[in-house]
Ligand binder design. Structure first.
Ligand code: NDP
Length: 236
């Protein structure tokens, strides 16, 4: 068994983040999750954090460091949607989504890097989306934020690759969570018709890829965008 590591998952109280935390727990790691609302999964440490606030991110990391040691694996998963057609999208709906999904991930990665540099190792997994590179009508804010994560991961790879740090992006397609439960039946049927796998993903199917990217087996994988989308975005 590999040594247990200190793992932090943002947005770990529900959905994909919760499944990711549970998968790392099953692998024997010391797992902390950020919660804005709700509860951490059993066995994980829950720390309050809003990724829109750098001081809140800093406090959450300090709490995790005190309990579990420096964060060695960061899964930046917290994310929101505020969909709307471009012509009617407010500047606020654009910047809110970017602030949470992209700048929020930046705040967490920047804070984690302090420990990575000291440890001379670290793993970053950014939860993006198929729509980051595929595009999606009504989601210019969301798609832009998710595409930005690719540049972030690749720049971290170039900046810190020589210090034992890897940074990768997971790009899920449609996953059965609260986020997709909000879709209308019509929209859902349209998406299903376009997915070669013919079904949505289960959160655990995204979690497995996150655990792999943080494992020793993936030590030479960095700056990659790994689709977990049943073939929806093939070629992106
Ligand atoms: P959910 O809506 O089920 O969960 C989102 C999580 O993010 C919650 O834990 C939520 O906390 C947290 N969060 C949102 N805003 C903040 C914030 N400002 N600070 C801290 N935490 C925050 O979403 P999913 O599980 O479906 O999605 C998780 C990630 O996967 C997101 O980044 C999403 O964009 C991405 N994704 C999802 C897909 C899907 O089909 N479901 C497909 C592709 C990507 P709280 O409970 O307090 O709101």
């Amino acid at each position: 068994m590999p040594e247990p590591r200190s793992v932090l998952v943002t947005g770990g109280n529900r959905g994909i983040g919760r499944a990711v935390a549970e998968a790392f727990l099953a692998a024997g790691d010391r797992v902390a999750v950020t919660t804005r609302t709700g509860q951490a999964p059993e066995g994980a440490l829950g720390v309050a954090c809003d990724v829109r606030d750098a001081a809140s991110v800093d406090a959450a990391f300090s709490e995790v460091e005190a309990a579990h040691g420096p964060v060695e694996v960061l899964v930046a998963n917290a994310g929101i949607t505020k969909d709307g057609l471009l012509l009617r999208m407010s500047e606020e709906d654009f910047t809110d989504v970017v602030d949470t999904n992209l700048t929020g991930a930046f705040r967490c990665v920047r804070r984690a890097t302090r420990g990575f540099v000291r440890l001379r190792r670290g793993r970053v997994v950014l939860v993006s989306s198929v729509v980051g590179l595929y595009g999606s009508p009504g989601q210019v804010n969301y798609a832009a934020s998710k595409a930005g994560l690719v540049g972030l991961a690749r720049s971290v790879t170039r900046e810190l690759g020589g210090r034992g740090v890897t940074a990768n992006v997971v790009a899920p397609g449609f996953v059965e969570t609260d986020m997709t439960a909000a879709l209308t039946e019509e929209v859902r049927a349209g998406h299903l018709a376009a997915i070669p796998a013919g079904r949505l993903a289960r959160p655990e199917e995204v979690a497995g890829v996150c655990v792999f990217l943080a494992s020793d087996a993936a030590a030479y994988v960095s700056g990659a965008v790994v689709p977990v989308d049943g073939g929806l975005g093939m070629g992106h």
